[in-house]
Design a protein around this ligand. Structure first.
Ligand code: SAH
Length: 456
């Protein structure tokens, strides 16, 4: 590659797209120099205006398609190009699944130097729309009225006129819209992050897909919520079946949505949902997968890879509220879960009791510290399941796994790049048997993978 970029800002070029980034941008190359262009697809050719130039790459804007992919579709969402939420709505679902499979294969090649394992076809949804069970919408103001909508790409400006989000449960949409109108009519002010004033920051709605239970969370800057009783009365009148209304107080200047304090304003502290045969209590702050149908597919796959017969001791590291642990407990002798967030472990214990599961034990702590301690206590797992956050496993945890030497490791990952990095560390002792992508987030470029590793 030459030292200087082969393109200039504002120049118009013609590109052929061969590949796609994990953000869903098409990649066209000029003598190996990549130009990233949103809203293009592999196999397409287009006239592109260069809008940003760096030494190693440029970003372009689609001017005109010259050759269109057979997989291109009209994005069904009205605000697709403004909103940053989805990246793949212009691609048919069949290609989305295939792209995700290829992406996983590519990172295993590039990062883990593994080429001899087949990546299975991505497990997709029959209907890849309206799958999200949770919506978190920022609240703003315009002309004295409250407005709600997602932020415009790379900004904090609310997209106006966004009536619905077509990957979200319809009921959640309806609740957001109603709460907005009621709060607006009562004169409740939106939080203004520029001056750190006002009240209502976000409206969060969660729905138990199997139980139809509904939780509304009003995120406010202050604990005082003006017109609280009128607001509650009207919301309950509009949604008489609502199970829980929670106020979450977030007084910080931050992009993090939820604050520390929660107050139950009406109904229960929890709603319930089931995945397979297991029932879960979900509180306002606990992590719960957003696509329950595919969560079942993912956990079934993890369970199949774990190969349990009823005799095994299993560790579930990064266990959250114990979702995978309790799934595994149905077929294992004993399960041990570890998780860093104390409230999540409280939930996990409650969930075990709720399901009369007595062979699961949960511990609060850093998995990388608790596992070596377990080893000194004589714990010898047959299977270890890990489901870490995007940054992957701590190196100490990988070493602890090698040290404990289970027959099988089942690695659930929401970031194939860190999965491949960690697999490389394990590869002296463990061999990759299967790599199975599961589409948890249709229409977006996110990929979830479950991999089975067996001891050499
Ligand atoms: N398996 C769960 C949660 C996965 S999300 C489920 O499917 O629902 C990853 C979890 O790892 C989060 O709950 C997070 O709090 C936890 N976590 C992050 N760092 C950790 C660490 N060092 N040790 C233990 N848990 C950690």
């Amino acid at each position: 590659m030459s030292k200087h970029a082969p393109v200039k800002k504002n120049q118009t070029i013609v590109l052929t797209f061969e590949d796609m980034t994990h953000e869903g941008n098409g990649v066209g190359k000029i003598d190996g120099y990549p130009v990233f262009v949103p809203n293009t697809l592999p196999g397409e050719e287009a006239e592109v205006k260069v809008i940003f130039v760096k030494k190693n790459f440029a970003i372009g804007k689609l001017v005109e398609l010259k050759k269109e992919s057979a997989h291109r579709v009209e994005p069904p969402c009205d605000v697709y190009h403004q909103c940053g939420g989805c990246q793949l709505q212009h691609m048919d679902y069949e290609m989305q699944l295939e792209m995700k499979r290829q992406q996983v294969g590519n990172v295993f090649k590039k990062i883990a130097h593994i080429t001899d394992v087949e990546v299975k076809p991505t497990l997709g949804m029959e209907n890849p729309w309206r799958y999200r069970n949770k919506v978190q919408i920022p609240v703003g103001e315009k002309n004295g009225e409250l407005i709600t909508g997602f932020y415009r790409k790379k900004s904090h400006e609310i997209i106006e006129g966004m009536e619905t989000c077509i990957i979200t449960d319809e009921v959640n949409d309806a609740v957001v819209e109603k709460v907005r109108t009621i709060a607006s009519k009562l004169g409740i002010r939106a939080y203004d992050e520029n001056i750190h004033k006002g009240t209502l920051r976000h409206i969060v709605v969660r729905r138990g897909k199997q139980t139809n239970q509904l939780m509304l969370v009003l995120v406010t800057r202050t604990k005082t919520l003006p017109h609280k009783q009128d607001l509650l009365d009207e919301i309950i009148k509009a949604f008489p079946d609502i199970d829980s209304i929670i106020q979450n107080v977030n007084g910080q200047r931050t992009n993090v949505i939820l604050g520390r304090e929660t107050v139950t304003l009406y109904g229960a502290d929890y709603i319930y949902d089931t995945i397979g045969d297991v029932k879960f209590a979900i509180s306002a702050k606990s992590f719960y997968q957003v696509n329950p149908d595919q969560t079942k597919v993912l956990y079934d796959q993890a369970l199949a890879f774990a190969g349990l017969t009823g005799k095994e001791t299993v560790i579930d590291a990064y266990c959250g509220i114990g979702t995978i642990s309790l799934f595994l407990a149905q077929q294992a002798k004993q399960v041990y879960g570890v998780e860093i967030v104390p409230e999540a472990i409280d939930d996990a214990k409650k969930n075990a009791a709720l399901n009369n599961i007595t062979n699961a034990e949960f511990v609060v702590g850093e998995a990388e510290k608790v596992m070596p301690w377990w080893k000194t206590q004589g714990l010898r797992p047959d299977v270890i399941v890990v489901d870490p956050p995007r940054k992957g496993c701590d190196e100490a945890l990988l070493n602890a796994m090698i040290d404990m030497g289970p027959e099988r490791i089942v690695y659930v990952s929401c970031n194939p790049a860190t999965l491949a990095r960690d697999v490389k560390v394990l590869s002296g002792n463990y061999e990759v048997k299967y790599i199975q992508p599961v589409d948890m987030f249709p229409q977006t470029s996110h990929v979830e993978v479950v991999a089975l590793l067996t001891r050499k």
